[in-house]
Write a protein that binds this ligand. Sequence first.
Ligand SMILES: NC(=O)c1ccc[n+]([C@@H]2O[C@H](COP(=O)([O-])OP(=O)(O)OC[C@H]3O[C@@H](n4cnc5c(N)ncnc54)[C@H](OP(=O)(O)O)[C@@H]3O)[C@@H](O)[C@H]2O)c1
Length: 320
Amino acid sequence: MKAICLRQFGGPEVLEYHEDFPIPVPGDQDVLIRVKAAGVNPVDWKIREGLLQGRLPHTFPLIPGWDAAGVVEAVGDGTNPSSLKPGDEVYAYCRKPLIQQGTYAEYCTMTMDHVVRKPSVLSFSEAASIPLAGLTAYQSLVDAAKVGAGQTVLIHAGAGGVGGFAIQIAKHLGATVITTGSAEKHAYLCALGADVVIDYTAGDFREAVSQRYPDGVDVAFDTVGGDVQRASADCVKSGGALVSILALEHEAYVRSRGVEPLYVFVAPNGPQLARLASWIEQGALKTRIAGSYPLQEAAEAHRAIQTGRTAGKLVLTIDG
Ligand SMILES: NC(=O)c1ccc[n+]([C@@H]2O[C@H](COP(=O)([O-])OP(=O)(O)OC[C@H]3O[C@@H](n4cnc5c(N)ncnc54)[C@H](OP(=O)(O)O)[C@@H]3O)[C@@H](O)[C@H]2O)c1
């Protein structure tokens, strides 16, 4: 099969394109997916550079990629016969305990529980842009911070893959959304439903938040880390929560402000992915493809995601 693989860690040039990779064999509980499109996420370049080595086991040759949309090719012998069957159009967040057999390939496998029907209204490329970033936003706002109607939420990097879904999910839950982005992203952020947009390049975002919400917001969602995480704690009211998807470097400071620090590392979750699909089909959640690349051009896609400036999502498309 066609696949992108790494034989060593390094820059985008270590992404090799091959056409003779063996097709993975599905385990008893697995689905074999013929991948039509694979999502590209910042974690993919972090894995390529070896930054997750201390956290998850890796084996070379390594096919990167955790997001897939495609068609069921085969199912394992132990799977529920009334669930998915060959020919079904599906999408999935395919993170496994071992980093080796990813989604930048013509075929990938995943435990059937984590594979669900793709939203009927989306193309494969659009569907592939959703699982990792959509589940991250869901697990951060719904599971961790328990955002509800009437609350105010500060969402950083609203134009990013995660931030874009987070704005829409928070609005769907009935919250008021304040978000950050550079001026060129403001029209996009308003179109996503943000109530207040702050140009973080024009000054300290804390001032803009405190002008509108002197007592602070209920929840801050940190998708940037570092100084942004620390400063975000100053924007949350005492008793509120700060949920981060980056290392909780400023946990002690966050606590000292009377704010609960929460960390999320997104986990595969089929029922939640099915819920996101239903929200998409109802029109409550949309995705924006910022760039689409053929599989062979994975290195270009990595250069683009690594800028940290994309508005929306990047995907790889796979013929065959
Ligand atoms: N823990 C987890 O499970 C998990 C899951 C998903 C992602 N992550 C991590 O979360 C981060 C965000 O992921 P992503 O997919 O959303 O990234 P992304 O799509 O690459 O984010 C790009 C966006 O970030 C904005 N941005 C960059 N710096 C900013 C700042 N200081 N303030 C406001 N906006 C800023 C950019 O807007 P401008 O051009 O306007 O600056 C751009 O639109 C990454 O580091 C990723 O690895 C963690």
